[in-house]
Design a binder for this molecule. Structure first.
Ligand SMILES: [Zn+2]
Length: 299
């Protein structure tokens, strides 16, 4: 017999992934809504509020049955849920729990917001590849490179909401173009899917991996270079946070063991000796990490 329910919402630049969970973390149903970014993203929170009301009605649940609502957003989020200029959504400064609480007439204290990378890390920590470990750093390698750090079950946001932003570690010398953040030399510029394709001169990162796996020496060289930078980034991260495990997610992680093994090789080469055996594993929840993590954030 199910008691309370939880909503885990993962707001992305294109879609809003919505998860409806039992309070012991079982995913009952999921749904995707388009992210309506027009007019400074003013429809995004009302759309989420509407989804929550509809889902409760369909499942014959009341607002008092909700144990919590968690929301991941692609931007820096402070501990009180204030999102500071989320450019991907068109938002200026928004206090997500306060705004959603007004829309739903539901207690603000039961609504939690977090950075999407931290929230995905929490999802992997709770129900995915990280569940055997006390602390993890998740590195999401997709269009960009994101990071999330969970220590003893707690997401570490940092003072500015920018902790574990491993993609913007300035590790790369000699680049003559700027990162999305405006600086030059960020890990993301060579390690993201976009960066890998640019280094190799191919259409996409998948092609680079496919050709390297088939024995193309030039492509192998690109992958070695990319993995050496990622290994360096993880070694730097370990020197500060020393997690028990690194979880590698995002679209590029589909390259599998071929990719993970090379990251391990370069990590071991560069990491400080007490941390050289830190586990490095592939994420397992794929696109659902965000909704699981958002649900966990609210519990
Ligand atoms: Zn950057």
């Amino acid at each position: 017999m199910m008691n309370k329910v939880v909503f885990g919402i993962d707001v992305g630049g294109t879609t809003i992934k919505c998860g409806f969970f039992s309070d012991d973390g079982e995913l009952i149903e999921k749904e995707e809504l388009p992210t309506r970014k027009e007019n400074s993203g003013e429809n995004i929170l009302p759309d989420i509020a509407e989804y929550i009301k509809m889902t409760l009605a369909v499942h014959k649940k009341k607002f008092t049955d909700i144990a919590g609502i968690g929301i991941g957003v692609p931007g820096a989020v402070r501990d009180d849920g204030t999102v500071n200029k989320c450019v991907n959504l068109g938002w200026d400064v928004v206090n997500v729990p306060k705004k959603l609480s007004e829309l739903l007439i539901f207690p603000k204290e039961k609504i939690k917001a977090g950075n999407d990378a931290n929230v995905a890390a929490l999802g992997e920590y709770w129900k995915g590849s990280g569940k055997e470990y006390s602390s993890i750093m998740m590195v999401t390698i997709g269009t960009g490179v994101g990071g999330g750090l969970i220590i003893d079950g707690k997401p570490i946001n940092g003072f500015n909401g920018a902790a574990a932003e491993i993609g913007h570690m300035p590790l790369v010398d000699g680049l003559d173009f700027a990162c999305n953040c405006g600086k030059t030399g960020c890990l993301e510029q060579v390690a993201s899917a976009t960066g890998i394709a640019r280094l190799a001169g191919t259409k996409n990162a998948k092609e680079v991996f496919d050709r390297a796996k088939a024995g193309d020496k030039d492509m192998e060289e690109v992958i070695e270079k990319v993995c050496s930078y990622i290994g360096k980034g993880l070694a730097c991260a370990a020197a500060i946070a020393d997690p028990e495990c690194f979880v590698i997610g995002g679209g590029v992680s589909a390259a599998g063991d071929y990719f993970i093994d090379k990251i391990k090789k370069y990590y071991k080469k560069q990491a400080f000796h007490p941390s050289i055996d830190t586990a490095i594993v592939k994420a397992s929840l794929l696109n659902d990490a965000g909704i699981y993590g958002a649900a966990k954030l609210a519990l």
